[in-house]
Design a protein. Sequence first.
Length: 266
Amino acid sequence: MLTAHDFPSAHAASHAGIDSILVGDSLAMVALGQPSTSEITLPMMTIFARAVAAGAPTPFLVADLPMGSYEASDAQAVTSAVAMVKEGRAESVKLEGGRAMARRVRAIVDAGVPVLAHVGLTPQRQSALGGFRVQGKTAAAAEEVLRDALAVQEAGAWGVVLEAVPEGVADVVTKMLRVPTIGIGAGNRTSGQVLVQVDIAGNFPPGRHLPKFVKRYGDVWAEVSKAMEAYRDEVKARSYPAPEHTYDMKPEELARFEQIASQIQS
């Protein structure tokens, strides 16, 4: 699983053979420059999801329900999930929270929308968790992660994202669940993995902090910067557009047009 937030990123992920695409609320930060994922709204998410769906018709498409769109009631959760499917063309939704959100998971599933749950570190609630910190580092805390995962499974979630938990914890949780787990910062013993496409592609300026679990597989920023700098230099030097990039016209037509133009000017 890999994130995408627009048509080009979705097309790239689909072309690369990625099995599932997540339209994550992380796009609030990586695409919109906001300080946290809580900045994005449901109408905004549906627009991004629809663009991703257009670029990736084959991978299974999951879209995040943003903070504030499902917590208040079962009815709110169902309405938001249905909107993400009908307007955003998502095939499944993801929501954060374990036992506290199990009722919401059940309500959405009962309404006919598949749900991917998300436990461990839940970024939408990172302030309540003391920031972006590893969860489940003690036996008691790990038990909480396990109970959360079991609760959302029983509520009907088809899978569970495990974020920022020790590898051993993720291993035990994965073995105890009947549904697949998708890890992010949870080691390699989960059923699958998810990362933010911008992070793995290296499409960010130098000096940006990356979580420990992120591996950068490319350097898109350097390539794009190199292309833009070359474009800038050629435009200023008037070497671009070159003749091969330029439309032409017959000399006699140009001469006639110049005569017309001179008459208009006079």
